[in-house]
Design a protein around this ligand. Structure first.
Ligand SMILES: NC(=O)c1ccc[n+]([C@@H]2O[C@H](COP(=O)([O-])OP(=O)(O)OC[C@H]3O[C@@H](n4cnc5c(N)ncnc54)[C@H](OP(=O)(O)O)[C@@H]3O)[C@@H](O)[C@H]2O)c1
Length: 378
């Protein structure tokens, strides 16, 4: 990218969140290469106002319902920001199923989608691939594990045999199963290595996040589930291992920070120098350890992988039931152990159908949310 001259236009969806704010930190250091065109947030008017004051984008809006006349509001704001004619790259950092339409619209409009919103690929991976094909857009992952895989395979895409995604193990890695089931909100929000929004932090505590990431990896890299694995790596220094057919294994390493994967998603397959990223030091990184996942203690991981294998609308049901259950847990309505039970009840009563249209995916998503809401009320 260096020396290419033209600045690329950026839209950030979910600009007020953890990934959204990290993206702005990256852009502050890379203003010769990128121009911020559009900002879209959920409900946080105060944060959006200060971002608009600093960046003066051509477009800003709130996807939540708002009577604030300074900006357009409503769910269509995400699609408007994502398809703005001056935007080349859409950073989708919205949390949850709300990000789907904007991803599809951006791909149909031929944009690059730098995707943090993993729920999009989980719900509708095949439809996302079709949208990219039809519109000429492309997905580049922001998730650190998928960015690691992409960085390892770029330029050597042949012979990919197996991916091993790392998981920190979350705050309950060493807890006995009984204690995990009654963990409090404060305990679930204490992630040992990453600072993130509350939904993904709880997903890391249940390990549902790793199931979402395996489904995401299946769609991004085209490997069957038998070739996708998870290993617990408490230091979060190695982000993924990539094994090739001849048995050779590559890994990508770095101190935990989302700024490097965000910048790489903007520049792939090239790289830009970035003085803001903490340089790697193998001694400071300390001993790197790996251990198996305790699947019996983290049933949401097992259910999510089963949903991925079942395919069709099952991953959308897994995702929607998880979103409802995590929100209920964060409101204090259900204990931690009920998150996985809520997911399982929805999956057990669901007959997967082909995820052949956005309508089919949306219908499964609505059905699963209602099922999960009833479950959490009981
Ligand atoms: N944080 C990380 O390190 C990390 C790493 C890998 C992947 N991810 C993924 O990136 C996504 C964002 O994570 P995060 O940690 O940045 O979450 P977060 O801090 O909770 O931020 C979520 C963003 O989405 C917006 N939002 C929420 N509901 C919305 C809706 N219905 N419509 C439109 N916008 C809405 C929020 O807006 P308001 O705050 O204005 O309401 C906020 O800007 C998730 O899919 C997560 O799994 C995150």
């Amino acid at each position: 990218m260096s020396g290419s001259g033209a600045q690329r236009g950026i839209a950030i969806l979910g600009s007020t969140g953890s990934i959204g704010r990290s993206t702005l930190d990256v852009l502050r250091r890379q203003q010769d290469h990128f121009r911020l065109i559009a900002l879209a947030a959920g409900c946080n008017r105060g944060e959006l106002a200060s971002q608009v004051a600093e960046w003066r984008p051509s477009y800003a809006g709130l996807a939540g319902v708002s009577n604030d006349v300074r900006w357009p509001s409503g769910p269509e704001v995400l699609v408007e920001a994502a398809t703005h004619p001056d935007v080349d790259i859409v950073v989708n950092a919205v949390v949850g199923a709300a990000g789907l339409d904007a991803t599809l619209a951006a791909l149909h409009a031929g944009k690059r989608v730098a995707l943090a919103n993993k729920e999009t690929l989980v719900m509708a991976g095949d439809l996302v691939a079709q949208a990219a094909c039809a519109g000429g857009g492309e997905i580049v992952p922001i998730d650190s594990e998928h960015s690691a895989v992409l960085q390892c395979v770029t330029g050597r895409d042949d012979g990919l045999a197996r991916l091993i995604l790392t998981a920190s193990g979350g705050p309950f890695r060493e807890w006995p199963a009984d204690r995990v089931r009654s963990a409090t909100i404060e305990e679930a929000l204490q992630h040992p290595t990453w600072r993130m929004g509350s939904k993904i932090t709880v997903d890391c505590a249940t390990l549902a996040n790793k199931a979402l990431e395996l489904i995401e990896a299946h769609h991004l890299f085209g490997l069957p589930y038998d070739s996708l694995e998870v290993v617990v790596h408490p230091q979060s220094i190695v982000h993924a291992f990539v094994e090739f057919h001849d048995g050779s294994v590559l890994a990508q390493l770095g101190f935990p920070s989302m700024e490097l994967p965000i910048l790489y998603a903007l520049t792939h397959p090239q790289r830009l120098p970035d003085t803001g990223v903490r340089r790697f030091d193998p001694v400071a990184a300390g001993p790197l350890t790996f251990e198996p996942v305790r699947a019996d203690v983290f049933p949401a991981l097992v259910s999510g992988i089963a949903a991925g294998r079942a395919g069709g609308t099952a991953p959308a049901v897994f995702n929607a039931a998880n979103e409802v259950a995590v929100a209920a847990f964060l409101q204090g309505a259900i204990p931690f152990g009920r998150i996985s039970e809520t997911i399982d009840r929805a999956l057990d009563s669901h007959a997967p159908a082909p995820a052949s249209s956005v309508e089919a995916v949306r219908a499964a998503d609505r059905w699963a949310r209602e099922e999960a809401r009833q479950s959490v009320r009981q």
